[in-house]
Design a binder for this molecule. Structure first.
Ligand code: FAD
Length: 460
């Protein structure tokens, strides 16, 4: 490192409580790993913040030295914008604290917390708020883009339960945004991603959940896919909101409840989650078994936090990943046919197509209530290309793109920014639909120079 550079680094170190890693420091290589192994970026410095007050000096440092900067929550975003090349990465991995006020049913969450950190702290009081389905995902990125998971049908999206954020602006000012303070900014951060500032604390509303819920999987042969999907569509149209059922089409993992000869074969999986009274679960779930002749099932009462980790083994960091996603208000026959066609030609053993159900509470929010506006979406379909070797990039990406195009005619307008890759910048305006113009106006006010541009960027 040149003397000039190390002097700048020393100055930064002296102005913050956290630590600063540059490429020759121990821990740098580990700190620049994120979930998607396709992203290989080398920041000039990674600042592992220890407190909210570390952020203004980091912003000043980046601006003074003409450096780009990126913000890393838990580093799960597929697009890889958590990291930058040759710039400054604000890394929140040392700020994971979650404080729960059980009396007020509120959680106060630092920006490096994962879903597991929030779920565990809230469940200690029998409480939870809707988040995603993989416990290592970051609360920060998930919330700023929207957030949906098993509890969403009943309690809404993650942003529907966000009460306030503390945020550092592009000018380095610390402000709070809520319905009562800086309400325009609060409108924008609920779906507008990291475009408006660095969030240093999230406040969520919590609900009584579990701690025991009923959940599990039923696994059907792929040959029955058409009837399963058709019956699924009919079933979920009137299922109670405490019950959530998704569909995953993939090769069967070696799950102990499946016969060995099914492992590695294409299957249709129904992941099931019921947060109502345990005693009521069986009669609600029973009709799902009659969708076909299942290879096997594993369903039972279990702690909510355990189910929140159920998919972690299939979603470990370190693989190469490429996603494409659509929203749907209904699952037309054509959409189901394309799902079946492409699930029938999976290009790698880890690729999958999933349909997430989010009908219910999210649909009762008016589209202009906050930046995320796709309130007609009842299903989110994600094609999850996942593989290990760079030599398979082309075939897996081509498969995902072809499926995306084949299913596009049946999709509703808009897209979910949290599932968009780096190359989908031209979908950003569509992702916000009629809320886009207001977002641009708020961006002009809070970040006219677009210093927060490593995200699905809203250009001022
Ligand atoms: C395995 C897996 C499962 C998933 N499952 C779901 C799911 O069930 N439901 C769902 O809704 N989504 C899901 N997602 C998508 C997920 O919501 C996004 O990838 C989200 O961006 C991840 O947040 P993160 O903090 O881990 O990501 P990061 O990559 O760290 O951050 C993403 C972006 O958010 C912004 N950002 C992060 N922290 C801050 C901050 N403090 N202040 C301002 N901006 C910030 C930055 O622009 C950053 O580039 C899943 C993703 C993965 C990889």
């Amino acid at each position: 490192m040149t003397t000039q550079k190390s002097k700048a680094k020393e100055e930064l170190e002296e102005s913050i409580k956290g630590s600063v890693l540059s490429p020759d420091d121990p821990g740098y290589e580990e700190a620049r790993q994120i979930w998607n192994a396709m992203i290989d970026r080398r920041p000039a410095v990674i600042v592992q913040c220890a407190q909210a007050d570390d952020i203004p000096p980091v912003i000043r440092f980046a601006r003074k030295n003409g450096l780009e900067f990126s913000i890393r929550g838990a580093g799960h975003n597929i697009a890889g914008n958590a990291l930058c090349d040759d710039g400054v990465t604000i890394d929140f991995s040392k700020m994971k604290n979650v404080r729960v006020d059980a009396g007020k049913r509120r959680a106060y969450v630092e920006p490096g917390a994962t879903l597991a950190n929030l779920d565990e702290a809230a469940q200690a009081h029998g409480l939870a708020t809707p988040v995603g389905i993989n416990s290592t995902t970051g609360i920060a990125g998930l919330t700023l883009g929207g957030g949906f998971g098993w509890l969403t049908r009943k309690y809404g999206m993650t942003i529907d339960n966000l009460v306030s954020v503390d945020l550092i602006t592009a000018e380095g000012k610390k402000i709070r945004a809520s319905e009562n303070d800086n309400s325009d900014l609060f409108w924008a951060v609920r779906g507008g991603g990291g475009n408006f500032g660095v969030v240093t604390r999230f406040e969520f509303q919590l609900f009584p959940v579990g701690p025991e819920i009923v959940a599990g999987l039923i696994v059907f042969p792929f040959s029955q896919a058409k009837q399963i999907l058709t019956k699924y569509r009919q079933f979920v149209a009137s299922a109670p909101e405490e019950l959530n059922v998704w569909v995953v089409l993939r090769q069967a993992p070696p799950l102990p409840f499946l016969p060995e000869n099914v492992h590695g074969k294409e299957v249709v999986v129904l992941p099931i989650f019921y947060s109502g009274a345990v005693a009521n679960a069986e009669k609600l779930i029973a009709p799902l078994r009659a969708f076909g002749n299942a290879h096997g099932e594993h369903i039972g009462a279990q702690p909510y936090v355990q189910w929140q980790k159920a998919f972690d083994p299939l979603l470990t960091p370190g693989a190469r990943n490429y996603w494409k996603s659509h929203n749907f208000t209904e699952l037309a026959d054509g959409a189901l046919n394309s799902v079946i066609e492409f699930a029938g030609k999976l290009p790698s053993p880890q690729c999958e197509i999933f349909i997430g159900l989010c009908s219910g509470a999210p649909n009762r929010v008016a589209p202009n209530t906050m930046a995320y506006g796709h309130r007609d979406a009842k299903f989110v379909l994600n094609v999850h290309g996942r593989w290990d070797e760079a030599r398979d990039d082309q075939k897996c990406i081509a498969w995902a793109r072809e499926f995306f195009n084949a299913s596009a005619p049946y999709a509703s307008a808009g897209a979910y920014v949290n599932f968009m890759t780096a190359e989908e910048g031209d979908r950003v305006a569509a992702a916000y639909g009629s809320n886009y113009d207001r977002l641009v106006e708020i961006k002009r006010r809070y970040d006219p120079e677009n210093i927060f541009h490593l995200n699905q960027n809203i250009k001022p």
